[in-house]
Design a protein around this ligand. Structure first.
Ligand code: ADP
Ligand code: MG
Length: 695
């Protein structure tokens, strides 16, 4: 065995560990529970718990925790030790089935958006047996879902698991219609590609904006940015390579299928892509990946920035959510095969995604709406805030032919000829890549590219699963009743093309023409979080989530409050940070350097006859900039105070969006113009150039 074989999954209570350590009958029950997404039989819990504990102790664990994902967007853990007194001053290490299945963290300080009054602090965590337990930091971590005393979801995982059920139920109806009687379960598979920045820790520590906000709030452009495209896929610097190697190793031990590591478009930007897996596991693994990135970077004297837009004028970071559906027997719904036009399951699935994405556009936009991601969407580097689907010419052609009742010849896939005989020839893909599309068909899956780098992947997939489940349910209703099955498939595709074709766009998503064209087609363009979030509680959306038992209306409303409150909190912190930077460092630095220039002018005057035009010019420019910074800062202070006095969450978020962000960017303009003339020894912070080329 290679070293990687040996370490992969070393710290995971996975299938082979279960098989080895559990009695056969218990193992079989647990295995079928996991495979078919059934409710756990509590009679086996004690046996599983004991085996888990013994295994974890061998791995050095002393504690256990229910590991969950509250609506803060990150993971939470509360550690309990295994110790249990036996009466004679000794202890034994114990862990019961009850402790495995259910936890009761004091939930009062997690966001609930009013679902759970603070005096009803009780919240429950419940074991998700379909995501393996693992040992991290001497603790047995048990993936769980988190809900309130009355069963409302307080986390990201509960609705995700519910949405998996919803799509499983409807997709099963579809596959059965196509004769796949042996299929027991349809799973959503996701591979999230994670982008991030690495910066030198020494530099980071000198920037309060990076420390408190995760992004720079000021910073003049460096002479060299990413215009040379020399970083993308470039050779890894040794420190970065060492970081990536350790990251891969640690992730492998946790069973995360880390596969691809490379440099990204911006200087100091990188990407990690895992091999896809079932969505709830992919979501857990993505959280672990982000956590490990931060931890391991520190060990290398680096800091990992997961913010969507750490540096202005340089590409931001996203997370590409590659999504598909497959059966437990291995059929991928979105695999076109050699002749996509003769593959009805594929065509129906494609049509379902098209209809879902068009009809529920706003849900995808809502799922990616965060204060950080707003800086990135539509900024000529990331998809615009308009949702559209890229299919490529061949698939669009097939659907159009069906729409028009024409015969379509599946174009023979061309062979690629690189012009040198030594290079093996291979078949070209059905479609070229289109990097500007927010939602692109990429061979056997859809890639949704609007998600921000710091977000959990849960919400996006809750939306996708639920909206596709809804369309599948309508298709299944029609097909189950159909007399002429094939004719009905054709009719469904025709209807989808007629009603939802506007969402298909194969051109340049970054262009100005597309914005105009999209408006003509009536597609939504929700520029910011405050524009998008309120749409979540529309009648259409509430009835979608209630019908498929994914979220009820009070859960939806609580989520709206939490997202908006969170948005306001983030910008509040940013505003306070920029104020402190201006008051305590930037304005004093400008004064200090201006004083030096004034002294120089006085000295020259005292000699007489020496020209001081340049000094005087700098003095007046810097004094003017400082005056603006001062008065804008005063205005910002007042505006923030007014926002904080505003009770209504949407109104408050709008003040932050419309006024506070605007004032911050005005302050930034003056600070950046000052930075470009103040010598670095007077400037309090490392520059963009220094930070971005520090490693
Ligand atoms: P790109 O070229 O976009 O960088 P890749 O082709 O390497 O990416 O794949 C991107 C991601 O898509 C990977 O995480 C991969 O595992 C995932 N992926 C591949 N097939 C599927 C599928 N059927 N379902 C979900 N994700 C998939
Ligand atoms: Mg990609």
């Amino acid at each position: 065995m290679s070293k990687v074989d040996e370490i992969f999954g070393l710290n995971v209570f996975n299938d082979s560990v279960m098989k080895e350590r559990l009695p056969e009958d218990v193992y079989n029950i647990l295995k079928s529970t996991i495979k078919e997404g059934k409710t756990i039989d509590s009679s086996i819990a004690d046996t599983v718990a004991t085996a888990m504990k013994d295994w974890a102790i061998e791995k050095g664990a002393t504690h256990f925790t229910h590991w969950f994902q509250p609506l803060t967007g990150i993971t939470a853990e509360k550690h309990d030790s295994f110790i249990s007194p036996v009466g004679d001053g000794h202890i034994i290490m114990e862990f019961s089935g009850k402790e495995l299945i259910k936890g009761e963290p004091d939930a009062s300080s997690f966001p609930s958006g009013g679902l759970r009054a603070t005096f009803e602090a009780r919240g429950y965590t419940a074991w998700d047996p379909s995501s393996y337990a693992f040992v991290k930091d001497e603790t047995l971590c048990i993936p769980t879902a988190f809900c309130s005393y009355s069963g409302e979801a307080l986390d990201q995982k509960t609705p995700l698991l519910r949405s998996m059920e919803a799509i499983n139920k409807q997709a099963l109806r579809i596959v059965k219609l196509f004769g796949y009687e042996d299929v027991k379960r349809v799973n959503v598979t996701v591979g999230p590609e994670q982008e991030y920045f690495l910066v030198e820790k020494n530099m980071y520590e000198k920037r309060p904006d990076l420390i408190f906000c995760g992004r720079t709030l000021i910073g003049a452009m460096p002479p060299k940015g990413q215009e040379m495209d020399d970083h993308y896929f470039g050779v890894l610097k040794p420190r970065v390579a060492a970081f990536m190697r350790e990251l891969d190793n640690e992730l492998w031990k946790l069973g995360v299928l880390a596969k691809t590591e490379h440099n990204e478009a911006a200087p100091s930007q990188h990407e990690l892509a895992p091999i896809f897996t079932t969505i709830n596991i992919a979501a857990d693994h993505n959280q672990l990946t982000m956590e490990m990135m931060k931890k391991i970077a520190l060990k290398h004297g680096l800091v990992c920035l997961l913010h969507e837009k750490p540096f202005d004028g340089v590409n931001g970071s996203g997370k590409h959510n590659n999504w598909s559906l497959s059966t437990d027997t291995g059929i991928n719904f979105l695999k076109p095969g050699k002749k996509p036009d003769e593959n009805p399951l594929f065509l129906i699935s494609l049509a379902a995604v098209i209809a879902a994405v068009d009809e529920y556009q706003e849900l995808l936009r809502i799922a990616v709406a965060t204060a950080g991601n707003d800086h990135r969407l539509g900024a000529n580097e990331a998809p615009p805030a308009i949702i559209s689907i890229y299919l490529g010419d061949e698939l669009t052609g097939i659907l159009e032919a069906i729409e028009n009742g024409e015969h379509h010849d599946s174009a023979k896939r061309e062979k690629m000829n690189m012009g040198a005989d030594i290079i093996p020839s291979f078949r070209k893909d059905n479609a070229d890549r289109n990097r500007t599309s927010p939602f692109a068909f990429t061979g056997n899956k859809f890639e949704f590219r609007m998600l921000g780098s710091a977000s959990s992947i849960s919400d996006v997939n809750v939306m996708l699963n639920t909206m596709v489940a809804e369309i599948f349910s309508r298709f299944a209703d029609r097909l189950e009743k159909a007399v002429d099955f094939e004719g009905e498939i054709n009719a469904i595709i025709k209807d989808v093309m007629k009603n939802h074709k506007r969402i298909i766009f194969n051109g340049d998503g970054y262009s100005e023409e597309w914005k105009k064209e999209a408006e003509k087609r009536g597609l939504l363009n929700l520029a910011s979080t405050v524009d998008a979030i309120p749409l979540l509680s529309s009648e259409k959306n509430v009835s979608l989530f209630e019908k498929h038992k994914v979220l009820n209306s009070s859960e939806i409303n609580s989520r709206i409050d939490i997202i908006l409150e969170n948005y306001s909190k983030i910008i509040h912190i940013e505003a306070l940070t920029i104020l402190e930077m201006m008051n305590r460092e930037v304005m004093p630095a400008i004064v200090e350097y201006t004083n030096v220039l004034c002294t120089a002018v006085l000295d020259k005057n005292s000699i007489g006859g020496i020209n001081s035009t340049v000094e005087r010019e700098f003095i007046s420019r810097l004094s003017a900039a400082n005056k603006e910074i001062y008065s804008l800062s005063e205005k910002l202070k007042m505006t923030v105070a007014r926002a904080e006095r505003t009770e209504e969450v949407l109104e408050k978020a709008k003040i932050y969006h419309d006024e506070v962000l605007k004032l911050m960017s005005d302050i930034r303009k003056y600070a950046d113009s000052a930075e470009s003339v103040v010598p670095s020894k007077y400037w309090p912070y490392p520059s963009y150039g220094e930070i971005l080329s520090s490693i």
